[in-house]
Design a protein around this ligand. Structure first.
Ligand code: AMP
Length: 184
């Protein structure tokens, strides 16, 4: 968990190699749906371009289906999901039904000025590949994060699952810190 630009995707990809388990990124799945112009993609396109959240039922449906795939049977990394309390509750239910449990919730702590800077760099590097990588949309995404997603940290703290990492450190340092936490 962590605000947009915190490095969730970067760290998730590293964990994929380390543990040989799939990354389940709702953002990636939605972007593929937009490219393929599926009904779900059409529904999500405008919402994502504004930096708002796609409806809970849509993302929960994606995750529930994806968790049933063969490659997710020995574990998975959720990236960008859950993003609301309703999604977290749905995830708890889904996992209970499937007889699985979360090992850890990694929280990447970063400051908001640094995020704006990172997102500027990402926008420059991606050459506009992501419609939601511009400053105005970024500010909206940060607000949406503070209002709807940040409360989840407390949700997972209460469950005893949340583990914080200094997301301002270098990519390698963050990776090492996460590896330490997961060993415990
Ligand atoms: P991400 O790649 O995780 O930054 O997600 C990009 C965009 O996809 C978000 O700004 C949302 O519009 C949408 N999205 C991704 N994951 C979710 C989610 N769990 N709930 C609602 N919308 C999501």
């Amino acid at each position: 968990m962590g605000p947009p630009g915190a490095g969730k995707g970067t760290q998730a990809k590293i964990l994929v190699d380390e543990y040989s388990i799939p990354q389940l990124s709702t953002g990636d799945i939605l972007r593929s749906a937009i490219l393929a112009n599926t009904p779900m993609g059409q529904q999500a396109k405008e919402i994502m371009a504004r930096g708002d959240l796609v409806p809970d039922e849509v993302v929960c449906g994606i995750v529930s289906e994806r968790l049933d795939d063969e490659d997710a049977k020995s574990g998975f990394i959720l990236d960008g999901f859950p993003r609301t309390i309703a999604q977290a509750e749905a995830l708890d239910e889904m996992m209970e039904e499937k007889g699985i449990a979360l090992d850890a919730v990694i929280v990447l702590k970063v400051d908001s000025d640094a995020l704006i800077e990172r997102i500027r760099n990402r926008a420059a590097q991606s050459g506009g590949a992501r419609a939601d990588d511009n400053e105005e949309v970024m500010r909206n995404r940060l607000e949406v994060y503070s209002e709807l997603t940040k409360p989840l940290i407390e949700y997972y703290e209460k469950q005893g699952n949340a583990k914080s990492v200094d997301g301002m450190a270098s990519i390698d340092e963050v990776t090492a810190e996460i590896a330490e936490l997961l060993k415990k």
